[in-house]
Structures are given as structure tokens and as C-alpha cells.
Write a protein that binds this ligand. Structure first.
Ligand code: OOG
Ligand code: NI
Length: 465
């Protein structure tokens, strides 16, 4: 029997995420230190809040709280992106959302390949923020052509990775041995290469165009540039980093600390200067490159379009008054301004729900089961009678302004450049070879399905009277 059973994509993803974590900890020791710190602080939080511990335990999530929740890569060509989509699909990771970062001075657009659906997310939440270089945003025509030629020549997947991906798509899955080999082969694509495939001179010219262009074009593959475990107290980890010898970026990206967390908060340690060598005639010359770092994240409720618009407005208001400086000199001032601005965002679940700012799931309460409330009342009526409860849906996606902040602090703080804002989802999707899932529609559908389920449960209870 064993031979005919395919390994579940969730399981392949879990193996991949754990292999990637092990590889990255070896390659970037500071990341291992961050992981330890995160695990310690998570343990402290659980110790101090037994209710949270019980809740995570009941959800079967206790073992995994300190595991990686995402990573990021940057690709060079449409062909790389479309192949990457097929590779991630084997692991149950699908493109969700479109992020245009040109507005923020970074010449890429992106999506997140992630598990979709509660069960998949629960089994293993690992996702990869995947950017595609906007080569059209390189102004210098000659350099653009050279960069294109270098990219056209590289092969970021091993022949076996290509073969196993085809096999998985052809037969609808992978058996144990193939799945193990698939993970090992795919890992190669994400590995660091300290030998550049360009000369020091070309690297310098690419770097001048944009540091990110140099990072994408100069190397043999799209090295994983960070991994990101989840934390239960991002403020505590941010404060504790320096004592462990790791330098955090100046401020935490995203919303301020709140009673009811919204969207996503993230921070990182600054990318390391790493020794690399560049082509020089028949040999190599020494140099350095800055790309790899470690990040942490803490997630809150997914916001509706209305909630997101309010979030964006409040963030903009704050940044109009004080822009966080890279050296941290005005960090306290920024945090204070951010908290002040966000006083306009309701900070109770009832308030967020009543104002239509967030997405929730609904389920019958104990009382709903007993009294068998009348469904004629609709969900709001049932709620007010205590027959139904609501719980926030966790935001599983990313935030372009935050992503740009992470990019910026890790590419060097002089990396910001003005590009004409030119979102082009259609071009991205053409490169990808598929449409991305609209995150708002997705959360709305989860909410609606829970309402439908809730009403039909209560209705069938009534019918059984
Ligand atoms: C990706 C930055 C985006 C996040 O957490 O917002 C990201 C990159 O630097 O390649 O990972
Ligand atoms: Ni990240």
C-alpha cells in the first residue's frame, strides 16, 4: 500500500521549512541566536499567561509557536517566477496578494506563496515572500541589457528539482523517497553562494543602479535572505536583541502595540556584511555583500478594505509628522506619534466588528446550542442574544509599507530611490503564469462561510425540536 500513497503537500512544506531553518542557522549564526531569544521569550509569555497557553495547546499549536512563519527570496526573471510557482505548489503554497514596492523606492513587485485554509496553515504556516526584479525600472539601458544577459544564463534549479517538480505535477503528488529528494534538491536553490557570477566592476555598477539589483543579478541563485519565526511579544524581543549582540532595526514596522492586535508587526536585525568573491579574469577577487538578516513577526486580525484604509491613513498621518530615522535617533518620538494616531482605531473586538473594520469567524455558543436561537434574527441578532460568538481571523499576508521598511533597513539606509509608482499586477501575473488570490476576497469568504455554517447549525437544531 505504502507505495501508492502520496506525501501530503503540508508535510512536504513542513520538511522543507525545517530543512531551510537548519541550513540558515548554520549559514547565519546570528539567526540561531535570534531563534533562541524568541523561544525564551515565548516561554516566558506562556508562563505568565496560562490562558494563552491553554488556548494554543487546544489548537495543537504549542510546539510550533517559535517556528518559522515566513522567509523571502528575490527572483530575476519571469521564467524563474513561473517555475517557482510550480515548485511551491508541490508544497501546498499558492500565490496570495500582489505587492508593488516601486512606490517605496524598491524596484520589485511581489506575491506571497503560502498555505491557504485553516488546516494547511495550522499544520505548517511557512510562506515565502517572493519578489520579482522590475528590470524595466533600471534606467541605464546598457546596464539593463547586461543584467538581462547574466540572468538569462543562470539556472537556479537543479536538473533533479525540475524533474521531481514535473513528476509531482504529472502524477499528482510525490511518494516518500521522491518527496525527501525534492526537499533536498529545492533547498539548493535557496543556498548562499559566496562566489558571484559577475566581476567586481559589474557588481559596483549594478549596486549603483540599486543595491537590490546587485543582490538579484550577481549571484547564482536567489539565496534565502531572511527567515522569520513568530513571537508572542515582539516588543520584548526588540528590546532584548542588543544584549545578545544583535542589532535590531530602528523601529518595529506596522501598527503600534495594542490590546487587540491588528495586521502584522515585524522587526529584524540588520543584514550582515559577508565576504564574497567576484570574477576577475580566470580567478577571483575578494569583496563583500550585504543581504542576509533575521526577522520576527507577530500577527493580529485581518482587516477589511475599510479597516485597511483606516490603517493606511493613520500610518501616513504618523509618517507625515515623524519619519523613523535609520539610526534610531527619533525612534521614541515615532512610537509615541504612532500610538497617538492609532487612538482613532477602535481597540476592542466589539468596536472593530461594529465599525466593520475586521474579519471574524462566527460559531454557535453553548447557549445557542441549548436555547436554539431563532435564525430569523440573522447573525447580529443571534450575537446580541448570546447565541453566537465571534473570533478574529488572523492576518496571514504582508504589508507593502512594512516590507519596504524591512528591505530598506537591510539594503543599507541609503537604498531608497525614487521610482515612478507603477504597479503592474497584470504583468506580474503574466510572468507568474497564474492569477494571485485576492486576500480581501479570501478573508471575506472565510467569514461568510463561518456565518453560513453557524446559521445552518442553529437551523438544524431548531428543525430537530
Ligand atoms: C522581502 C521583504 C518583505 C516582509 O516581511 O515584509 C518581507 C525582502 O527583503 O526580500 O519579507
Ligand atoms: Ni519578512
Amino acid at each position: 500500500m505504502k507505495d501508492v500513497v502520496f506525501i501530503a503537500p503540508n508535510e512536504i512544506r513542513a520538511a522543507f521549512s525545517s530543512a531551510m531553518s537548519a541550513m540558515y542557522r548554520t549559514e547565519v549564526p546570528a539567526y540561531g541566536t535570534l531563534m533562541e531569544l524568541v523561544a525564551e521569550i515565548n516561554a516566558e509569555v506562556l508562563e505568565a499567561t496560562p490562558a494563552l497557553r491553554r488556548q494554543l495547546e487546544a489548537a495543537g499549536a504549542l510546539d510550533r509557536i517559535s517556528h518559522e512563519r515566513h522567509g523571502a527570496i528575490r527572483l530575476g526573471t519571469p521564467a524563474e517566477l513561473s517555475m517557482m510557482r510550480r515548485v511551491f505548489a508541490v508544497m501546498g503554497m499558492h500565490p496570495v496578494g500582489y505587492y508593488d514596492l516601486s512606490t517605496a523606492g524598491v524596484p520589485v513587485h511581489a506575491t506571497a506563496f503560502r498555505p491557504v485554509g485553516a488546516e494547511a496553515l495550522n499544520t505548517n504556516p511557512f510562506r515565502v515572500f517572493t519578489s520579482l526584479l522590475r528590470i524595466d525600472l533600471i534606467a541605464d539601458e546598457r546596464l539593463r541589457k547586461e543584467a538581462q544577459d547574466v540572468l538569462a544564463d543562470r539556472r537556479i534549479f537543479t536538473p533533479n528539482a525540475l524533474r521531481l517538480t514535473d513528476l509531482a505535477h504529472g502524477q499528482g503528488g510525490l511518494h516518500r523517497d521522491d518527496a525527501d529528494q525534492f526537499v533536498a534538491e529545492i533547498l539548493e536553490t535557496f543556498r548562499w553562494h559566496d562566489r558571484a557570477c559577475v566581476s567586481a566592476d559589474m557588481y559596483r555598477r549594478l549596486h549603483q543602479a540599486h543595491r537590490l539589483v546587485a543582490d538579484v543579478v550577481s549571484f547564482k541563485g536567489p539565496h534565502i535572505n531572511h527567515l522569520t519565526p513568530g513571537t508572542l511579544d515582539i516588543d520584548a524581543v526588540q528590546r532584548a536583541m542588543p544584549a545578545r549582540g544583535i542589532v535590531p532595526k530602528a523601529v518595529i514596522e506596522g501598527p503600534p502595540s495594542r490590546t487587540c492586535p491588528i495586521l502584522l508587526r515585524q522587526t529584524s536585525f540588520k543584514a550582515l556584511d559577508e565576504a564574497v568573491s567576484f570574477k576577475s579574469g580566470d580567478g577571483w577577487t575578494k569583496g563583500s555583500h550585504t543581504a542576509r538578516f533575521g526577522e520576527i513577526e507577530q500577527r493580529g486580525i485581518a482587516l477589511t478594505a475599510k479597516g485597511r484604509a483606516l490603517y493606511d491613513r493613520l500610518l501616513e498621518t504618523t509618517r507625515a509628522v515623524v519619519r523613523p530615522a535609520a539610526d534610531g535617533s527619533n525612534a521614541a518620538e515615532y512610537v509615541a506619534a504612532l500610538s497617538r494616531a492609532f487612538e482613532a482605531f477602535p481597540d476592542t473586538w466589539e468596536g472593530i466588528r461594529a465599525a466593520g473594520l475586521g474579519y471574524f469567524t462566527y460559531s454557535p455558543t453553548e447557549r445557542g446550542h441549548q436555547v436554539r436561537g431563532t435564525c430569523a434574527d440573522g447573525i447580529d441578532g443571534l450575537l446580541s442574544q448570546g447565541y453566537v460568538r465571534f473570533d478574529p481571523i488572523v492576518y496571514e499576508d504582508f504589508l507593502p509599507v512594512s516590507a519596504a521598511g524591512i528591505f530598506q533597513s537591510n539594503l543599507g539606509d541609503d537604498a531608497g530611490q525614487d521610482f515612478v509608482a507603477s504597479p503592474n499586477q497584470q504583468r506580474f501575473e503574466t510572468a507568474l503564469g497564474a492569477a494571485v488570490l485576492d486576500e480581501f476576497e479570501h478573508y471575506a469568504a472565510i467569514e461568510q462561510a463561518s456565518i453560513d455554517r453557524c446559521l445552518s447549525t442553529l437551523r438544524s437544531l431548531q428543525a430537530a425540536e
